[in-house]
Design a protein around this ligand. Structure first.
Ligand SMILES: [Zn+2]
Length: 325
């Protein structure tokens, strides 16, 4: 009964917060709060991403977000360490779980999070963010036609995803296909030479995360959500070639309509194609793409295709439509 009561309180607070927050904050908000309601164990993965893994050594008596992340990891690796032990306090049970993990991985057994144990856990959990792909399902996935009716296979994960947070500005671990990353880096560097500072707010997105976003927005906006966010398996973010961009002049707000008309936005519209990127959902193509205008959302298609799209002043959807006829 008490649990039921607490659930109602939690749901009430969450619904209130949902209505209170605007769409501008949805990305950040959804990933931290709504995940719990929908019951997908993905918010810890995203915490891992924003904190860039376990950063400091921990021992009995420590508490806080790092300890919680460690306990989340223990819960994943040890069936005996239940989720009720994810308390944020490094206690004897946590130490025992760490010792067991160290023993089974031939590490020095001391029950504390030392640097070797951290490295191994970070490597293990990094794979949740940048999973190993099975790219052979789609040998040519970079240029696949994806829209509201054309989808990717269930659980499709691209091959060769890498973390780009060391090479371009991001606020968390963001993964992209290895082939695409150098083009993005060059684009950011050239823009910076002209005084424009971009950041990436979203890259590869697991279908589970896309599902969260979709359900949350459907709850918040009703049918209109369908013009704002792709259904799972229909999102270009799942390709590992697509990014959401922001810039310094709007304080790096993510997926925000304020990006429209900024110097960065105008620069991208003239230059992104030179780096193989294209705006997927332009303002004047909403009836063709089926999505609202998203000035921040760019897909990589390679220099040849993006030049053709730019020269013909068409959308990605029109490009694929005409090449298939
Ligand atoms: Zn996007």
């Amino acid at each position: 009964m008490k649990n039921l009561f607490l659930s109602f309180i939690f749901l009430g607070v969450a619904v209130f917060a949902l209505l209170f927050f605007t769409f501008q904050n949805l990305n950040q908000f959804v990933t931290t709060q709504v995940a719990s309601i929908i019951g997908i164990d993905i918010n810890q993965v995203l915490d891992w991403s924003s904190q860039r893994g376990l950063n400091k050594n921990l021992t009995i008596g420590n508490s806080g977000r790092d300890v919680r992340l460690l306990q989340y990891a223990m819960n994943k690796v040890s069936p005996n360490f239940g989720s009720k032990n994810i308390t944020g306090s490094f206690d004897a049970k946590t130490a025992k779980a760490v010792s067991d993990f160290q023993k089974s991985n031939n590490l020095n057994v001391n029950g504390t999070l030392d640097s070797n144990t951290r490295t191994l856990l970070n490597d293990l959990y990094f794979k949740e963010l940048c999973p190993d792909g099975r790219g052979n399902i789609f040998p040519d996935e970079m240029t696949i036609h994806l829209n509201k009716s054309k989808s990717l296979p269930e659980d499709y994960i691209p091959s060769d995803l890498i973390d780009i947070s060391d090479s371009v500005k991001t606020f968390k671990i963001i993964c992209l296909k290895q082939d695409v990353a150098p083009f993005l880096k060059k684009m950011f560097d050239d823009a910076e030479d002209e005084g424009i500072n971009f950041a990436v707010t979203s890259g590869f997105r697991r279908p589970e995360v896309q599902s969260l976003l979709y359900k949350a927005l459907l709850f918040l906006k009703g049918e209109k959500a369908k013009y704002r966010v792709a259904e799972p398996l229909h999102s270009e973010h799942q390709l590992g070639t697509t990014i959401d961009l922001t810039e310094k002049s709007i304080n790096y707000l993510g997926a925000d309509s304020k990006f429209d008309g900024t110097v960065g936005d105008l620069w991208l519209k003239q230059n992104a194609y030179k780096y193989g990127f294209v705006l997927s959902y332009p303002r004047d193509k909403m009836f063709i793409t089926g999505y609202d205008y998203e000035p921040w959302h760019y897909r990589f298609l390679g220099l040849e295709i993006t030049k053709e799209i730019f020269d013909r002043d068409i959308s990605v959807e029109e490009y694929f439509g005409s090449s298939e006829n």
